[in-house]
Design a protein around this ligand. Sequence first.
Ligand code: DP6
Length: 350
Amino acid sequence: MLTENFTKADIVARYLPEKLIATDQAEAFAPSNIALCKYWGKRQSELNLPVNSSLSISLAHLGTRTQIRPSQTGEDQVVLNGQLLPVESSFACKVISFVDLFRRGRSYPLIVDTRNNIPTAAGLASSASGFAALTQAINQYFQLQLPDAVLSAFARMGSGSASRSIYSGFVEWRMGLQEDGMDSHAYPLDIIWPDLRVGLVKVSTAVKAVDSRSGMKRTVETASLYQSWPAQAAQDLEKIHQALSDGNFSELGAVAEHNAMSMHATMIASWPPLLYWQPDSVVAMQKIWALREAGVEVYFTMDAGPNLKLLFQEKNQALLETEFPGLEVVAPFEASESLNSSTTTVKEPS
Ligand code: DP6
């Protein structure tokens, strides 16, 4: 086990240049991502260092665009989806304390203007794309010129899953071994599956009672079943790599679904129990299993919430849109104008 010695301030002092040179304005986009092998559990909570490596698919044009410009009032302002937030709101506090890490006590009052185009009704977490876009915008605004791996490590300090949202396509976040966590960052995988589709099944849009951060803490602290998780996650990661290099969609889908269900098993084995599912989540699962019995290749994954994310191929899109009315379909490898705009720092897989 690693020690808790390193704080975010230590990392900043070690890895950021002393001098800040502010520009007039900076803007960056980062995609949301869905893990196929989940991050669940931390070995160090201050820096969000994970117990296991994880692997995700980024959601192309669905994500967060963040602009930073100087504030003329002398006070920080945080704008979310066009609405100025009270500085004491929890979202504004998170944003300002993250920006403070980089300012290190120097006076640079800023307007942080952030917009999510993730359908809020889909119940998708925006913290991954939010912290990734914020890290990239700060990097540009203060002309830090940090390499992507360092950006990914800093985004991870905001929210673990944000480390993966620095890149598009398939992305692996390797857990790393260093005590300061700087080897715990994401890598883009050089694999493109143009016919892969991710479908968002909206079961509930209500704010969840227990967020991922508290949920994973409770699981690690109270579920003895959690002891089996690190080995299972490591095996699943290997299998996903194999499926990706073999171009084997069925194997990819099966391992991703098994991985998600295993993570949920550890949640349910926590005390008090964490059951993120709603009755309609189970209805959707049973429908997917029935479709598979009938020969339709469709799999699902779920995060710390009741909504399902379907994994399928383009050839089954029309059928699944009929089976799941309101299904929001994303083509992760589809070229998108917003991704390719000049202000975007997201890298396309080569
Ligand atoms: C179930 O990245 O939101 O979605 O690091 O505490 O901010 P913090 O947690 P977060 O957890 C995501 C958990 C997950 C699985 C995943 O995305 O890998």
